[in-house]
Design a protein. Sequence first.
Length: 396
Amino acid sequence: MALNILVAPSGFKESLDAWAVAEAIATGIHRAMPEAQVLKAPLVDGGEGFVRALVGVTGGTTHRVVVTGPIGLPVESFFGFLGGSGPKTAVIEIAAAAGLSLVPRDQRDPTRTTSFGVGELIREALDHGAQRILIGCGDSGTNDGGAGMAQALGVGLLDRDGNSIGFGGAELGRISRIDLSQRDSRLSHVAIDAAVNWHNVLLGARGVARLFGPQKGASPEQVAVLEQALEVYADRVHEATGCDISTAPGAGASGGLGAGIRAFLGGRLRPRYQVILPFLNFDELLAKVDLVITAEGSLDGLTPVGKIPTEVARRAKAHGLPVVALAGTIGKGCAANFNHGIDAFASIIKRPCSLDEAIRDAQKLLICATEDAVRMIRVGLVLGLKKSAKLGASSP
């Protein structure tokens, strides 16, 4: 009755990274089913852990650097280089310079936060001889359309008086002209690919300000300001570059940073799993197992829009595999996930508790929830065996 189980989770934001989540799930599996064979494939979606994952799997290197953080203060950051042959490829995760985790809870205001540090990371990669750059977009604390990143790379975003605008999404509404004459010329000689959520667009009802602004601390009034400012930004970008970023797939990734990568860096936006999963040989792992367990901090109606659990489930279903998802919270519209390959899901929280408690105890909660789920699966296996035995006995 031993199962081969693939554990393929995301991280739990501000709590456990994907590796810690995978270890906790494996522990819970073995408590309920000691004989199970567990394969682990911690996944990243372009956010926190992107550099660690790709550098680790290729035997690359990590480089530490200090950059401008999202609230304008210096932060310790990093970027990496892939190992192996081929062009010298730098790996950058925007979360390391403009991530939500770098914004103190009492200062979360996307009208003011900046992606300037992302541009500084790109500049450092170029200084170190990068011939190709992979950028992971996710977990941002900004909503500036990549304007800060562009400014760090020499792009002039100028107001009516010819002065540079300041930091933050609200400042985009003041742009009168974009000057590309001082843009870092090295950008024209490197290949840039950004791993983005392909469903995220810059403007409109499902644009980045309306959909994700509130998660980053924006009030309804600030969401309206951000949307209007991004409309001005998109118009000025189109005038300066000929690039229409308003509804391009992926342009809304990471507070619109995808738009800046496309317009100012000449980068190619790609669905993030097309970039990440080939490095992990994910389909080869799926061919070896009987069951998949995935996990994420929150499972809701937005999970099918490019999140890890449903991407895992989609690929698992191509192999005919059942999928169980565990989550810190189960939110509105969660039933939609049944239509995207997830067969069962459960929250790891079994009693009322505060967010701080849930974050603090996430590892223990995840272990226990996994044990409970696998014990139920074990009951199902026993019932299946009993039913098969009865059918066999009644056959002539």
